[in-house]
Write a protein that binds this ligand. Structure first.
Ligand code: KG4
Length: 340
């Protein structure tokens, strides 16, 4: 049987990424990040789409070159259809359409969130076989989402819990901004937290039914506490930034893990994965190992390169859809909002 080559394209937010997968094994994964947003303390959609326009051709070229694959060898092009920023998505979607049409090959549309979950199935070599077994639970935590997903199969995913307001990453980023730290706040809080006391301060925790999350109350509690402490000591942040970061991280991780544990217990599932940008967090990774020991979970934590947005996860999701001949028509539009 001929080999299957999938080119994956990701452009949903501020990373332009392309990856090539051959028969389910990753050959290349090239990402151009956009430093232009740092000065604004957040992603500026208009600037993001312009940067995608500049990056998309060289990134795809590099991914093919690194993989040692000619474009004529490609079996299909998988692309992120949504959710994400419309102007950013349009660049990847239009590029995928143009390239697929010129090569006369099928296109496969990929839900970005499915991609994050299936990042666990990216194989970097033939013997890289440590993958979750269906059904498993996946905690999907990023700048825009905080969800508990019950993964029945490659295509069948059920959101059993999600945030009713802010996402976990958004909460960390906003608290970091309030402290006058850089953007994005997640990695900065992570670094500071390693030197701080997680029990130094307590912030309010949500009391929400079921498996849903809420992070806006924590954000407000952090803001108000900080405001009071700054009245007493104008240099409070400088003096206590490590403890503030550690206590914030500890609270977020605890909220995330307690609901996940509830779902795992109720559904009697022991295979538990984490995905999305916040899964790079050291405290969250440690908590996963801790819960694995305490509750007999088998846990799946992605490599750092597969935590934030990347095209390898889009290509592998596209590969499984390709095997089922689940192609999409040329006129398919991007979409900005949807859950898994
Ligand atoms: O999945 P992702 O790359 O992008 C989208 O949300 O689209 O996630 C980005 C989020 C940001 O909120 C960022 O601050 C957070 O992931 N993040 C982290 C860490 N690295 C990235 N949060 C906590 N600790 C980290 N080490």
């Amino acid at each position: 049987m001929d080999s299957i080559y999938i080119l994956g394209i990701e452009s949903s937010c501020d990373d332009t990424s392309a990856a090539v997968i051959k028969d389910g094994i990753l050959l290349s994964n090239v990402t151009a990040s956009q430093a232009v947003h740092e000065a604004y303390g957040g992603v500026v959609p208009e600037l993001a789409s312009r940067a995608h326009q500049l990056n998309i051709v060289p990134v795809v070229d590099q991914a093919l070159k690194k993989a040692g694959v000619e474009r004529e060898q490609l079996s299909a092009i998988a692309f992120t259809r949504g959710p994400g920023l419309m102007g950013s998505l349009h660049v990847g979607v239009s590029f995928a359409k143009g390239m697929a049409a010129s090569l006369g090959i099928p296109m496969v549309d990929v839900n970005h969130l499915h991609g994050h979950v299936l990042a666990h199935f990216v194989k970097e070599s033939e013997d890289d076989n440590d993958k979750p077994e269906f059904p498993f639970l996946c905690l999907l935590v990023s700048g825009g989402n905080s969800q508990i997903v019950l993964v029945h199969s490659y295509k069948d995913m059920e959101v059993i819990g999600q945030t009713i307001d802010d996402a976990a990453g958004e909460c960390i980023d906003k608290c970091s901004k309030v402290m006058g730290m850089g953007y994005p706040g997640g990695p900065i809080i992570d670094r500071l937290a390693r030197q701080g006391n997680p029990e130094a301060y307590t912030f309010s925790r949500p009391n929400i039914k079921g498996y849903d999350y809420s992070f806006s109350g924590l954000k407000t509690s952090f803001l108000y506490s900080l405001r009071d402490w700054l009245k007493e000591d104008p240099d409070f942040i400088e003096h206590h930034k490590e403890d503030l970061a550690a206590s914030l991280e500890h609270t977020v991780v605890d909220i995330l893990m307690k609901k996940l544990r509830l779902a795992a217990r109720d559904l009697k599932i022991k295979q538990v994965a984490v995905a999305g940008g916040v899964s790079a967090n050291t405290g969250l990774r440690n908590a996963f190992h801790d819960y694995a020991n305490r509750y007999g979970w088998k846990v799946f934590i992605p490599k750092f390169s597969f935590t934030t947005d990347n095209a390898a996860m889009i290509a592998i999701t596209g590969y499984y859809k390709f095997l089922e001949k689940d192609f999409c028509p040329m006129e398919l539009p991007a979409y900005s909002r949807v859950t898994v």
